[in-house]
Design a protein around this ligand. Sequence first.
Ligand code: NAD
Length: 529
Amino acid sequence: MAETETSASEVAHDMAHHVKPAGFGGPAVAPEIAVRAPATGQLLGTVPVDDPDRVREVVAKAREAQRSWGELRVKQRSKLLKRYLTAIADRMDEAVDLLISEGGKSRYDAVGEVAALFTGATYFLARGPKILRDRKIDGIVKLFLRARITYVPRGVIGMITPWNYPFVIPVYEAFAAWVAGNAVVLKPSEWTPLSAALAKKIWDESGMPADLFGVVNGYGETGAALLESGVDKIHFTGSVKVGKRVAGACGERLLPCTMELGGKAPVVVTEDADVELTAKAIVWGKFFNVGQTCIGVERVYAVGKVAGPLTQRIVEITKDLRQGDGTDDANHVGAMVMPGQVDIMEDQVKDAREKGAKILVGGERAEGPGRFFPPTVIEGTDHNMKVMTEETFGPLLPIMAVSSTDEAVALANDSHLGLNAYVFAGTASRGMRIARRLRAGTVVVGDVIANYALGAIPFGGVKQSGLGRSHGEEGLRAMTETRVLARPPLMSWPVARVLGYPYSLKRSNQARGIVRRLFGSRGRASSER
Ligand code: NAD
């Protein structure tokens, strides 16, 4: 683990940083995590920091519970999981209130987060039985082996998740794991562990098999312990930096992993795009969840004469947004979860300003106990500025005027990240042609961010945005091991009988003859030409 393990000093730094967030004061480093509301600084609760022994114990119990769960038919599992989903719907207000307090969200963003679970997870419940059904392998292969692919549960899936969507990310991904017959042990972000605790509480109280869903708490060290605890796969969602270390540690163990990492979603806007629709979509796709969305809008390339009116309309809509504590329904934009993120906003604004960009709205950290940075629109940006090349993950909206669609496409692809990308063009077909040229896991034309919440759409990135896919058929099957079962068409004539010992020159020559006749230059294929 040497290189990939979180060092004790880093963990201590994380803890100190965490327990004493900027401006809030707070208790000294403790073996438990104090969770504070980003919008008010209020102490919301504490969770213990679990040590490696406790992590192993939770994983062992999950493995035990998985045995009988994995033997159920997919349909039976889906039916039982429906009960959990219904219980979450019935207790939605509890989840929304917690996301407002722990996640710093506006009520609208919190409702959006919980609602996304239903548009996502119901896909696995409805389609799981079909997607995970055995598949026969057709074609000439059937002359030799009748083969079928089966999708077998992996066992225990270890999940490590971030703070930006602390309810939907773990629970949505866990649904895929459960439908596929696995147990789940979750290590939620140390910044937002209460949402995971609520998900677990609802699970237990709705009569689900308790140990099939384990939750362990702590900093990076607990995540590292989960990796070493004997889980059968890691499903990681988080930053590129930590993702590389986790993938490296998985590599050392040849432990399968899915990596959902950062994004720098570009938006290409052509000259003939509808300014009103585009501006509204960009502003929402940027400031939803205060810009703390991996597929959120990160940079805009406006082609030719559309740049002026588009920027003007974006500024107008942004000025109408109200920011503040989500308990006040008049607020549209909430607080930022991590103090470090606010520092990044300041740094990227300063860097852009120094290099000649103009701040049109916002730009300054708000005073007061809450951790607020206002929706900020920046024009006159270029790729020498951090705001155009590094992940922002906050409420900065940089706009760059370009002279052609080709230039926009080249700049959009000029990134080490490739999660989502967006195109706004005069017609859908024009937009789709541009979309094909953008290197990203998903390119949406004429809309923003909706793809995550639709369970049928495979989700994931290219380049440093990640490895593998969640959601869709690919994502569900990725929660299983592929096992092929095969037999000869005639049990009395296996290949082993035809080609096996004792060898005979006659049979060997026959085989040579067949290869030449079928595939050689004077064979059937060439004489047919
Ligand atoms: P992070 O990488 O700092 O932390 C993610 C999780 O990893 C946390 O639970 C953390 O405790 C844990 N962790 C830290 N060090 C570890 C280690 N050495 N071993 C194992 N686990 C460790 O990310 P974050 O700040 O919580 O989240 C923000 C990032 O997540 C952004 O970059 C964002 O783009 C990304 N993200 C990606 C997606 C996606 O689906 N692609 C979704 C949401 C967020």
